[in-house]
Design a protein around this ligand. Structure first.
Ligand code: KG4
Ligand code: ZN
Length: 326
């Protein structure tokens, strides 16, 4: 098993952000750079896949040059390349995969396709690499709402999933309904800080169901949806902690940037005398650092894609991933 110190280049291009980062297996994160496409897609009210792909192509080389310059390194210092190979938009994923695989081929170094949600799941560990396993992970992004038991890197069991929309999607739909642009999370959460929670009483569906599923649709409006999701998630979370006898919680994904959600989850874990860990704000939404970090752990134990051909996976469950034995 190769445990030499290594530098991993991480590439994220699954949706509307191009993220590039350099991670050193012993020194930690060396540099990261991000280009958000929000300004480009906002006039369409959501991500236009073809435009996303084209923009990634423009950004990948300059962002890579930028992180190398920031870390004071050159291409020959890179030991391996990790890129998001799914889930996400096929065209957008292919731009990052094509770039990463050809650069790795040119440099004669290993490359590895990384699961986007594993990147999110492990991103809080960038702040605290020695966090002990097992823990419960709450993944809350634009495409996913999941409760996962984590027994180690690559050892994931999905305990609860959304039955329909993801929580970020509910934020985004709410914003669309209220004509607040895209993505909805930041705008809705900023507005919520000035709101009065006592004015409207909203229904709470499915709170007494036995399972750990979430539900994000079926409500008359997306506004009700968002409100309900937040409450639903809290109850599912507490049941999952009890069921799994866990008292360590990791929260990740774009929605983990939400101040109110952070506050509430911190209070819950404080009351339970447990531990909670969030990514730093810059790494809640999509970024290259989380891909470099997840990829570094896998490349370190010799995992990489051997064949010259490559593909991306638009649908992919975390439970299919290979464990990383440490
Ligand atoms: O993780 P992410 O960048 O992309 C996916 O993997 O899906 O998450 C994006 C989602 C969007 O739905 C966005 O509205 C939401 O995260 N989001 C937020 C906040 N910042 C981003 N939701 C609530 N509060 C926020 N502050
Ligand atoms: Zn994401």
């Amino acid at each position: 098993m190769n445990k030499q110190p290594t530098v991993t280049l991480g590439i994220e291009s699954s949706c509307d952000e191009t993220g590039v980062a350099l991670y050193h297996s012993q020194l930690g994160l060396l540099a990261h750079a991000l280009h958000s496409q929000i300004a480009i897609h906002t006039q369409y009210g959501g991500v236009v896949p073809e435009i996303a792909s084209r923009d990634h192509i423009h950004r990948l080389v300059p962002l890579t040059q930028q992180v190398l310059a920031e870390a004071n390194l050159s291409l020959s210092d890179i030991d391996g390349i990790a890129y998001t190979s799914g889930p996400g938009l096929a065209g957008a994923l292919l731009t990052g995969a094509g770039f990463a695989r050809s650069l790795a081929y040119g440099l004669d170094i290993p490359a590895l396709g990384v699961h986007h949600m594993e990147g999110h799941l492990l991103s809080p560990l960038l702040e605290k690499p020695d966090l002990a396993f097992p823990f419960l992970a709450l993944l809350v992004s634009g495409g996913h709402t999941q409760l996962i038991r984590v027994d180690g890197i690559g050892r994931y069991r999905v305990l609860g999933d959304t039955l329909d929309d993801a929580i970020g999607e509910a934020f985004d739909k709410t914003a669309k309904l209220l004509e607040m642009g895209y993505p909805g999370g930041p705008a809705v959460s900023a507005l919520a800080l000035q709101g009065d929670a006592s004015i409207y009483t909203l229904p709470r569906p499915m709170t007494d169901r036995a399972g750990l599923e979430f539900s994000f649709s079926g409500l008359k409006t997306a506004v009700l949806n968002t409100w309900n999701k937040a409450k639903q998630s809290r109850q599912d979370l507490e049941r999952a902690l009890a069921q799994e006898k866990l008292n360590r919680l990791v929260v990740a994904g774009g929605v983990s940037a939400n101040r109110r959600i952070r506050q509430t989850l911190t209070e819950i874990m404080h009351k339970r005398k447990g531990e909670v860990l969030f990514p730093r704000l810059a790494f809640c939404t999509d970024n290259g650092a989380m891909i470099a970090f997840a990829g570094s752990h896998r490349l370190q134990v010799g995992q990489h894609n051997l064949n010259l051909d490559f593909s991306v996976t638009t649908r992919w469950t975390l439970e299919e991933l290979a464990p990383v034995e440490t």
